[in-house]
Design a binder for this molecule. Structure first.
Ligand SMILES: CC(C)(COP(=O)(O)OP(=O)(O)OC[C@H]1O[C@@H](n2cnc3c(N)ncnc32)[C@H](O)[C@@H]1OP(=O)(O)O)[C@@H](O)C(=O)NCCC(=O)NCCS
Length: 146
């Protein structure tokens, strides 16, 4: 698959706004993403197969660290390496910005995502009770500059 990664912009969001909850994930609404794209501390990328957006991901920078805010692949394109490609690009962005750590929260039941993060040397550093639907979130972190 010839997937190209580029910076995500508002027109990309407009392109996927109607299928966000059905074909990507049920959590990231258009309004939240719109705010994220306008936030100067956030960096978002999209994965495109020709002109079709097949995934996106973003991080938010807090001083010399960043939180991965989301990484989502279009349902029909999962298990093709696109999630890995997006994560690899976020790690490169963080490294280029000379950040120290990358941190994220993931639902303890989301084994696909946990496995993906472990493949990129993220380690579990704690848990947090998520108020949404009483879920437990696992906090994972990757040390950069190694
Ligand atoms: C988590 C998520 C981003 C992973 O995306 P993905 O594109 O499926 O990830 P990848 O394809 O890179 O890797 C996932 C699996 O596919 C396998 N894979 C990668 N390339 C492959 C290929 N060419 N053929 C077959 N399998 C392949 C990987 O080995 C991995 O399998 P494993 O977990 O059994 O080892 C995706 O499942 C998703 O969007 N989930 C919903 C949103 C979400 O939960 N995001 C995380 C929030 S914290």
């Amino acid at each position: 698959m010839d997937i190209k990664i580029s910076q995500m912009n508002l027109s990309d969001l407009n392109n996927i706004k109607d299928i966000l909850t059905t074909e990507f994930d049920d959590f990231w609404s258009k309004n939240i993403l719109n705010d994220e794209l306008l936030n100067t501390h956030s960096k978002y990328i999209v994965a495109k197969l020709e002109n079709e957006i097949v995934g996106f991901a973003g991080l938010k920078i807090i001083f010399d660290e960043a939180d991965i805010m989301n990484i989502v692949v279009k349902k029909s394109y999962r298990k093709n390496g696109i999630g890995s490609l997006l994560l690899e690009n976020l790690i490169n962005i963080a490294n280029n910005l000379n950040l120290n750590t990358l941190t994220l929260e993931v639902n303890e039941k989301n084994l696909n995502a946990i496995h993906l993060y472990e493949c990129f040397d993220f380690e579990k550093i704690g848990t947090r009770k998520n108020y949404y639907k009483n879920n437990i979130a696992i906090i994972m972190q990757k040390q950069l500059k190694q």
